[in-house]
Write a protein that binds this ligand. Structure first.
Ligand SMILES: CC(C)(COP(=O)(O)OP(=O)(O)OC[C@H]1O[C@@H](n2cnc3c(N)ncnc32)[C@H](O)[C@@H]1OP(=O)(O)O)[C@@H](O)C(=O)NCCC(=O)NCCS
Length: 173
């Protein structure tokens, strides 16, 4: 199995697989243009003969927080370790960028607890995530996902305000 950064040529596979699970809300729907624009966020799992197995993305909010998004393995290849390898690679990528806090929203917290994530009860402790996705989500008030964090819950946020690198907004503690 090969785990590698995505290239633009992977965008169709990513788009089709991610959106195959967007109707029931398991993953957020992604427009093809959005996948292309953010393709460098994605990591790909494939077989040695380049059969596409799955993907996952790491979104960098800033030095205080990253998010694992759109992690999915084709059902016919599940439980063969691809999901774990993708997640480990995304966590390494966060570390390489000096980011020690990673968040995600999920319906399957069990998978992520194996990798050091823990549930946080108060999702408003992640205002950047809420600003980015939740505000425009039709499930805003009926969200059935669990918020999880690996590392510290950040004490600052960055979205929704015009701030510079040295002026991250301090959250009330
Ligand atoms: C989550 C997902 C990416 C895991 O990929 P995978 O390649 O099957 O995972 P792995 O083979 O690395 O699994 C390792 C362990 O994680 C746990 N695990 C895997 N999938 C799980 C799931 N869906 N629910 C709960 N635990 C799971 C199991 O303990 C598994 O070990 P086991 O097979 O010995 O029981 C895959 O199930 C998937 O694509 N799910 C649908 C999309 C989704 O829900 N993504 C998460 C959105 S936040």
């Amino acid at each position: 199995m090969v785990i590698r950064k995505a290239r633009l040529q992977d965008a169709s596979n990513v788009y089709e697989l991610v959106n195959s699970l967007s109707k029931d809300g398991t993953l957020l729907r992604r427009a093809f243009a959005e996948v292309c624009e953010n393709i460098r966020d994605f990591t790909i799992a494939e077989t040695d003969d380049e059969t596409f197995l799955g993907c996952g993305a790491l979104h960098l909010y800033g030095p205080h927080l990253a998010e694992v998004r759109s992690i999915i393995v084709r059902p016919e290849f599940s439980r063969e370790g691809a999901g774990s390898k993708l997640l480990e690679s995304l966590m390494n990528e966060a570390e390489e960028n000096g980011v020690h806090s990673i968040c995600l929203f999920t319906r399957i917290p069990e998978f992520f607890t194996h990798h050091g994530f823990r549930i946080i009860e108060d999702r408003t402790a992640l205002p950047d995530k809420i600003y980015k996705d939740c505000q425009s989500c039709p499930r805003l008030y009926q969200c059935d996902e669990v918020a999880m964090v690996r590392g510290q819950v950040p004490k600052v946020s960055i979205l929704g305000s015009r701030i510079g690198a040295d002026q991250l907004v301090k959250l009330p503690v």
